[in-house]
Write a protein that binds this ligand. Structure first.
Ligand code: AGP
Length: 615
């Protein structure tokens, strides 16, 4: 996913844009560029590499002006080169475009334009849109905002795919144009300046008043106001809302990396996820945003979830919690698979989209497919006003604050917590007793303090991670509620340290993967004192019998495990269904410290982006 920032006001635009891009760099960091409009001319500066490379270019060759657009890129079409960086211009140089998303029919548009004499200078889909827009504007026979908007509508009707756009037109010096379809775009409302951005974090330092554009909206943004329009020329209705967090929440503070900050935020963010949602008197949860009545929820006979990556792992643990406590059949699919698997949808199926960003293209597409089949849909989401939150129409916000580190950490914990709250609510609508409900509430209330105890082990975990940082491959093994966290621990390690890692149900080792075990391949066993402890120990012994080194995440005070593992990470005693959340924090720290020991770019690991808005 790419990052877009645009501004129009009275302050120099270049520094504002570069600062905004830095706050979005986690969304994509292959290249960056700016375009400024002054005295009827557009000037661009763009460079492959991180924002620092662009800043250095601007220091060397500054451009002035108070109206501009900018972009940080996660490459989809064409390698990260200077020429493929955004903004992209039309043939006349009077139109500049920055784009988040994919123009799926760009090749056909490119062929048509080349046949009409256009000469492309980049490999990108975005250049096709910029040149098409330039052609249609030139054909308009008139200049200025009205003619440009008409050309923009005609161009957007020609393209298929997803876009969040910020556009400059040299004939319209008092406006920046925006358009949204499938990729987020937000208007920032300042006093003498306005903004466009793909993410509130880019502009929250300047304003917390924002308007979320919807798919099919266009925007004309000026220094003192903005207009939201529809493609069919009607006025769009956009609500102005206030961003929950301030700029500091999206900064590292005293931490060396966002990821470490977000790991250590989890006691606080988990309390946020619980705040106002526990009802001890009725031994249930209070879920205000579901937009479904108790009777509708009581009628739910099956739950289908869809998610990607870490959110899918949270869904897998949530599936176990819902089946354990609500006794409702539940299944989580990879969103990219769900939408083509075409599963049968019973009449009373509830669909849950689980996502931190609320912009993951596969998850959004899965949600739309579920709606098409008539399912009630809810979103379990962190980013307020995101596409999935809006299209679900109801659900649970995580209230975890911005998650900047590309590796998702606090979101996982809050997603599982939200699913546990849903399991409690649904359970108490059916057979779960008040006593059982009260016990689950107590388990949830204990979690933040228990996570603090795990965080206190960070130095011990760092020593273990440093000791094993040379491994070429690591196995993560757990049973029952620990299995989803084995998968998540493997994902964390591989995506930030680049060490290959696999997660498996511990018992599954016997069916093939144990062939991977040797003295160079550590196995991380999740073996808290739970109902699967003895069985898990058997699997641990099978690995040890083949000289495989063992790292055990075990309940503190477990003396037996000390003799069976090269390294032990203790976690507080906790119920079977929540001990994995504590183990997961330990594995987040394990992955973090291994990556730091290997000198990796922890917050912006290679090839990745924070939210994948392409399919
Ligand atoms: C997790 O560490 C990864 N960054 C990635 O798997 C992520 O969880 C996935 O892309 C889903 O993102 P979402 O939660 O924003 O939908």
């Amino acid at each position: 996913m790419c990052g877009i920032v645009a501004c129009i006001g009275t302050r120099p635009a270049a520094p504002l844009l570069v600062e905004g891009l830095r706050r979005l760099e986690y969304r994509g960091y292959d290249s960056a560029g700016v375009g400024l409009l002054r005295d009827g001319k557009i000037e661009t500066r763009k460079r492959a590499g991180r924002i620092d490379a662009l800043a250095a270019l601007l220091a060397e060759r500054p451009i002035s002006g108070t109206v501009g657009i900018s972009h940080t890129r996660w490459a989809t079409h064409g390698p990260p080169t200077d020429m493929n960086s955004h903004p992209h211009l039309d043939a006349t140089g009077k139109i500049a475009v920055v784009h988040n998303g994919v123009i799926e029919n760009h090749a056909a548009i490119r062929r048509d334009l080349e046949a009409r004499g256009e000469t492309f200078v980049s490999d990108t889909d975005t250049e096709a849109l910029a040149r098409l827009l330039g052609q249609l504007y030139a054909e308009a026979g008139a200049h200025g905002e009205a003619a440009f908007l008409e050309a923009l509508r005609r161009a957007l009707r020609r393209v298929s795919g997803a876009y969040g756009l910020a556009i400059l037109c040299a004939d319209c010096p008092d406006a920046v144009f925006g358009a949204r379809k499938g990729s987020p775009l937000i208007v920032g409302i300042g006093r003498e300046e306005h903004f466009l951005a793909s993410d509130v974090n880019a502009i929250v330092a300047h304003t917390r008043e924002v308007a979320y554009l919807a798919d099919g909206d266009l925007a004309v943004v000026r220094a003192h106001d903005f207009e939201a329009l529809r493609m069919d020329d009607r006025e769009a209705t956009v609500a102005v809302s206030r961003v929950e967090h301030d700029a500091a929440a999206a900064e590292k503070g005293d931490f060396p990396h966002f990821m470490l900050k977000e790991i250590f935020e989890q006691p606080h963010t988990l309390r946020n996820a619980l705040r106002g949602r526990l009802n001890p008197e009725d031994a249930t949860s209070v879920l205000g945003g579901l937009n479904m009545t108790a009777a509708e929820l009581r009628g739910v006979e099956r739950i289908q979830m869809a998610a990607c990556g870490t959110s899918w792992h949270a869904g897998l643990l949530g599936e176990m919690l819902i089946e354990e406590f609500a006794r409702i059949p539940c299944e989580v699919d990879y969103a990219s698979e769900f939408r083509y698997r075409n599963p049968p949808f019973g009449r009373n199926t509830l669909f849950l989209a689980i996502t931190q960003s609320g912009e993951t293209a596969d998850t959004l597409a899965a949600l739309r497919e579920a709606k098409r089949k008539g399912a009630r849909v809810l979103g379990i989401c962190n980013v307020v006003g995101s596409s999935i939150a809006r299209e679900a129409g109801g659900g649970l916000y995580l209230h975890a604050g911005p998650e900047i580190g590309v590796a998702s950490t606090k979101a996982f914990t809050s997603q599982v917590t939200a699913l546990a709250l849903l399991a409690l609510y649904l359970g108490r609508l059916h057979h779960l007793s008040a006593l059982e409900g009260a016990r689950l509430i107590r388990d949830l209330e204990n979690l933040p303090g228990q996570i603090e105890e795990v965080l206190a082990q960070s130095e011990r975990i760092r020593a273990i991670a440093q000791r094993f940082r040379g491994a070429a491959s690591v196995l993560f093994l757990g049973r029952r509620f620990n299995y989803p966290v084995a998968l998540e621990g493997a994902l964390k390690l591989k995506e930030i340290s680049y060490i290959h890692a696999e997660g498996y149900p511990a018992a599954e080792m016997k069916h093939g993967p144990i062939a991977l075990v040797d003295e160079r391949t550590p196995s991380v066993f999740l073996c808290p004192r739970d109902g699967m402890y003895e069985k898990t120990l058997n699997n641990l012994e099978e690995v040890r019998a083949r000289r495989g080194p063992v790292i055990a995440v075990a309940t503190e005070g477990d003396r037996e495990i000390a003799h069976k593992a090269e390294a032990v990470i203790p976690i507080p005693a906790a119920p079977d269904h929540f001990a994995p959340l504590l183990a997961n924090v330990a594995l987040q720290l394990f992955a973090y410290h291994a990556a730091v020991a290997l000198g990796r770019d922890v917050d912006k690991p290679r090839n990745l982006a924070k939210s994948v808005t392409v399919e």
